[in-house]
Design a binder for this molecule. Sequence first.
Ligand SMILES: C[S@@+](CC[C@H](N)C(=O)[O-])C[C@H]1O[C@@H](n2cnc3c(N)ncnc32)[C@H](O)[C@@H]1O
Length: 215
Amino acid sequence: MFTGVAPRYDLANQILSFGLDRIWRKRVCEQVALWKPKQILDVATGSGVLAHELEKTNPGATVTGADFCAAMLKVAQKRSLTRLVVADGLMLPFADAAFDVVTVAFGLRNMASLERALAESARVLRPGGHVLILDFSLPTAPLLPAYRLYLHFMLPRVAGWLTGQADAYKYLADSIERFPRGQAMIALLGQAGFRDGAVRPFSGGIVTAYWAERR
Ligand SMILES: C[S@@+](CC[C@H](N)C(=O)[O-])C[C@H]1O[C@@H](n2cnc3c(N)ncnc32)[C@H](O)[C@@H]1O
């Protein structure tokens, strides 16, 4: 699915989020910078847009981008990232405790097992390191009906026209509905070996950042 979307992924993101995705990524990078990491792993890095922003906002850090889709990494290569690795988030080819921060933006939702993916993130993080997840969520009551109309009807049409992959964007809407939100995500993080989970919604809750510390 991501191979088909790859060539127009960045354009579709910008148009479909009305440019908001840049702001969400910036906020996330500001949070990561507070932890002063030396080694950052961006899992499901895709076209590398977050990894690139992380490099800019964390000049003292080495950023590794990992993704299992070679076509997406080909797009990421154009951003001249330092380290790009073809890797499955469920079976990362990195040593235990190799990273200070693991980020996953709009990627965890697509993984076959959230529990396994979070456990892998915990394994490659040093104790006291941080995981940060940025992903879609659902807004609160007043916005919800209009947002669902956009998500299930308008977005797949526009995205289909932009990328030729309307099915991928129907899947996007369904995956957002299924994805754990708020305290459900914090509970999953707790089960995977994290503590002190935080929830930060953006743009009325259509996107949420979660972060937690590796026990
Ligand atoms: C919606 S894109 C997000 C890309 C990027 N993180 C961003 O913020 O734009 C989702 C990415 O997750 C990757 N992905 C999905 N499952 C994966 C897995 N099990 N291991 C590694 N990458 C995965 C896909 O290949 C795709 O590039």
